[in-house]
Design a protein around this ligand. Structure first.
Ligand SMILES: *Cc1c(COP(=O)(O)O)cnc(C)c1O
Length: 420
């Protein structure tokens, strides 16, 4: 059973039937993402509060709002259903009334990318594909590789040569075939270039985490917003600080928030505040200089400690820009130092160990508070989108090596400066 009515290209308006299994818009040379549309009149009858409360929290609890028809095609590792923690210590430290943290580090491959990939791989199975490929800085590839392993599919991953080995080791162990690509600083994204050519030549199904090349996985991040609304007891935050790479995380959640509004499950939606690193901020630039959503100027030389956000072109930038504008949000860029500081704060005050890319939204909140442009009495949401365990080098560089001593109280006193 599927509630998908059709798919359409946001750029040229071309319509597609679901049965055509379109992957991207083929008319007008759009090469754009195509969007999946659902029958909301019918969904209103099924997706009620009472029904949702009955179901456990998780991606596939919203299966009617996802594009997989036959539930037996679902490839799952138990993704989603992550905690929404109300911050006590960090909120107090920052002088905030209400701060919530959605802890996405607890997903099966330790990032939110499991949400798009469980949908992408399940839909590929439904269409009879057995070889999938991804262009990714690491987390999306790791998630794709894990879900392919679970499904028994072959997986090819194109990653930039700046991706940390911790992430690459993970995909290799899942059995993916991996190449690292040089040339991220030459304008065109080399991983996407090769993805396009290799899939065209070998007939593999592209499944990156962004919309163009595959419309289905882009549906996954909607479920983050659905869960947050349920966890806030059918309320929405005033503002959501979201880190942006390709834009699917922010854009997908915006769809999720507005879906539940359309279904009459909740009133209102958060303002979406997009945060990028200053070393790669094409979406922020596009917002500030009012660029055409379909002609965003790429970043010429991406560099940041938040390597997971170093997409030269925000592929879902049109969706993200629309989300920012429609929600009356905004977009800001933050320095690497601030990102590393946010990583430390989240670990020290809340016990959540996230990677730099996963705390860039929080870094944005810190900057807005300093500038006095964030009202501290609002209900604020941040999201820890990836685990710190994947890139420990960046942490080890910044901490002191603890002393080695014998099991002796005197030596302990000396080493830690304790009193007698
Ligand atoms: C991919 C990624 C993001 C950004 O998501 P986009 O959909 O590319 O904008 C944020 N955090 C982490 C940890 C990621 O891996």
């Amino acid at each position: 059973m599927s509630y998908v009515t059709h798919l359409s290209c946001p750029k040229c308006g071309s319509k597609y039937e679901e049965s055509q299994n379109p992957l991207f818009c083929k008319t007008h040379e759009c090469n754009a993402r195509i969007d999946v549309h659902y029958d909301f009149e019918q969904l209103k009858e099924i997706i009620t509060k009472r029904e949702l409360i009955r179901r456990p929290l998780g991606v596939w609890s919203y299966s009617e709002l996802l594009p997989v028809k036959d539930q037996s095609n679902i490839i799952s590792l138990g993704e989603g259903g992550t905690p929404l923690l109300r911050s006590k210590r960090l909120a107090e430290h920052l002088g905030l009334r209400e701060l919530f943290i959605k802890d996405e580090t607890r997903n099966p491959t330790w990032s939110f990318k499991d949400r798009p990939m469980t949908v992408g791989v399940s839909k590929a199975k439904e269409h009879g594909a057995t070889t999938l490929a991804s262009a990714s800085s690491g987390n999306a590839a790791a998630a794709l590789a894990a879900y392919c392993a679970r499904a028994g599919f072959s997986c090819y991953c194109f990653v930039p040569d700046i991706a940390p080995m911790g992430k690459i080791a993970q995909l290799l162990l899942y059995g993916a075939k991996v190449v690292r690509l040089r040339g991220l600083h030459k304008g065109d994204d080399p991983t996407v270039k090769l993805l396009r050519e290799a899939c065209g030549t070998y007939g593999w199904t592209p499944c990156p985490s962004f919309g163009p090349f595959n419309p289905y996985q882009a549906e996954g991040p909607k479920t983050l917003a659905y869960e947050i609304i349920e966890q806030l007891d059918w309320n929405v935050p005033d503002i959501a600080y979201v880190q942006v790479g390709a834009g699917g995380l922010l854009g997908g959640q915006w769809r999720g928030f507005t879906d539940f509004e359309t279904l009459g499950l909740v009133k209102g939606h958060p303002r979406m505040l997009a945060v990028q690193a200053t070393g790669c901020a094409p979406l922020v630039q596009a917002y500030l200089t009012n660029q055409d959503p379909f002609k965003i100027v790429p970043c010429a030389s991406p560099h940041s400690v938040a390597e997971g956000l170093c997409d030269p072109l925000p592929w879902d930038g049109d969706l993200a820009l629309t989300a920012i504008r429609d929600s009356k949000g905004s977009a800001i860029a933050v320095e690497d130092d601030k990102i590393l500081y946010a990583q430390q704060l989240l670990a020290k005050y809340e016990g959540i160990f996230a990677e730099p890319s996963g705390v860039t939204g929080l870094a944005g909140l810190l900057v807005q508070l300093e500038l006095g442009t964030q009202d501290p009495s609002e209900c604020i949401l941040v999201e820890a989108t990836g685990s710190g365990l994947k890139d420990q080098d960046i942490v080890i560089q910044r901490v002191l090596t603890p002393p080695v001593i014998d099991p002796d109280l005197n030596q302990l006193r000396q080493a830690l400066g304790l009193e007698k």
